[in-house]
Structures are given as structure tokens and as C-alpha cells.
Design a protein around this ligand. Sequence first.
Ligand code: GAR
Length: 254
Amino acid sequence: MAKRINVGTLISGGGTNLQAIIDACMADSIEDRIDARILFTGSDTPGVKGLDRAQKAGIDTFVVDYAEIIKSCKQGVDPGMLPPDFDMEEILEKQQLISVDPSRGGSAPNSIQMEKIEFFLKSRAIAERKLLDNILSHEIDLLVLAGFMRVLTPYFIDRLNTIEGQYRIMNIHPALLPSFPGTDGYGDTFRYGCRIGGCTVHFVDYGEDTGPIIGQKAFEIEAGDTLDDVKKKGLEKEWELYPACIQKFAESVC
Ligand code: GAR
């Protein structure tokens, strides 16, 4: 048995993965229990069911309302709204979410596209600073994205991954990466006509769903399965995979 690690969680919705992790942290039997405790659950959306799940388990919660922040940024981003340590050049150089550098295979964005990219990075950094203000008031070993539907920019990632080469943010993705990154992994798997679907737990790096893979689970997609069947089969695998990957991390740091 490893030392218990302190985990923070971020969600956007129903929180069934969060529930699986809460249950694994609190399981009575040693075989089912993981060596982790959840210190908080944050959400980018108010009122989601995952927040109730956390509160029921006695876990602190907070909300950073991304939609509201992005809406207010659309009125104009005053430099005073940005975090004082925000450096656009540095973030543009590091980020791998949007192609801005022709030498990396994309075409150079025009001035209108560049304005959109900069708006994206600024508005997200404003939201991310608020996440960090909540997160960094706790001492966590690992941040777990449990159905958190926002990409994270280098502004946020660098303030958690403070030790070179050590990843501290974990994500679950509803597809067998590197296939089908993005926002609709099960939908993309289903529409492609795959006969095997799956889920992946990976560390978060500067790209979208590109970081080192920690674990994967696959399931068969049978003739006649609907998209709902695929999602149901996938989620059941996620609930097994995520606690197991957190346990693997706990054992690796102790
Ligand atoms: C899960 O299927 C998870 O893999 C997916 O959101 C769902 C959240 O369900 N995450 C992503 O797509 C991340 N890009 P839950 O709220 O019931 O845990």
C-alpha cells in the first residue's frame, strides 16, 4: 500500500467518473481502495450534478464560470483583467492547441485569425487564473480532470507542472488515443464505424489529448449498437480505468 496522495478534481458535468474515484477513495476493502484522497472538486459550469456528488461526499467545491468569463471578455479584454504574470509571446510559443507556426506544419494565421487566437488564450488565462487561485490554496500531488470539457493552456499547465519532466495533471478521454482526440470521442468512434471503442487516461501536456498515455481499456462495438450503447459501454470501462490509473500514479510517487 502506498502513502495516500492528495488529489484535486475538475469536472464539467454529471461526474460519474468523479463518483467512481470518490468510491475508490472510500472503499472498505483494500482490493478496491486507492491510496488517494480528494481535497476539492472545481467546475467550469455552475449547478452540475458532479458538484452535488462531491458535496455529498463532504468534498469542498468551487465554480469558475467559464461561459460568464468568456462573455465578459467579448466586451473587450482590458490589460488589467489579465493575470500579471501572463506573457502572450511565451504562451504562443509553447501552446500546441492551435497551429500558428508554419514550420510546425500549419499555415501562418492572418491578422483576423491571430486576433481570435489571442482572444482565446487571453480569455482562457483569465479563467485559468481563477482556477489556480482555488487550486493552489490546497497542497495537491495530482490534478484529475474528470470530464472537464475545457482545454488548458500553458499558462495553467506550467503553474502546476513546476518540476521539469514531472506531469501532475491527468485526463480521461473517451477514445483510444491517438485516435479521435477532441470533444466527442465516442461519437467520432461510432460514426467512423469502428468495431472496437475504448477510453484512455493520459497526462496533460501542451497539446489537445496528446500527453503520455497511462492506461487504456477497450470494448467491442457490436452490429446494432447505438451511440448510446457505445457511451454506456465506454463509461463502464472509464469507471474501472480512472481509479486504477490514479493508484498507479500514487504507487509511482511513494
Ligand atoms: C466522460 O466520457 C469523459 O471521458 C469525457 O466526458 C465524460 C464525462 O462524464 N471527457 C472528455 O471528453 C474530455 N475531453 P462524467 O461527467 O459522467 O464523468
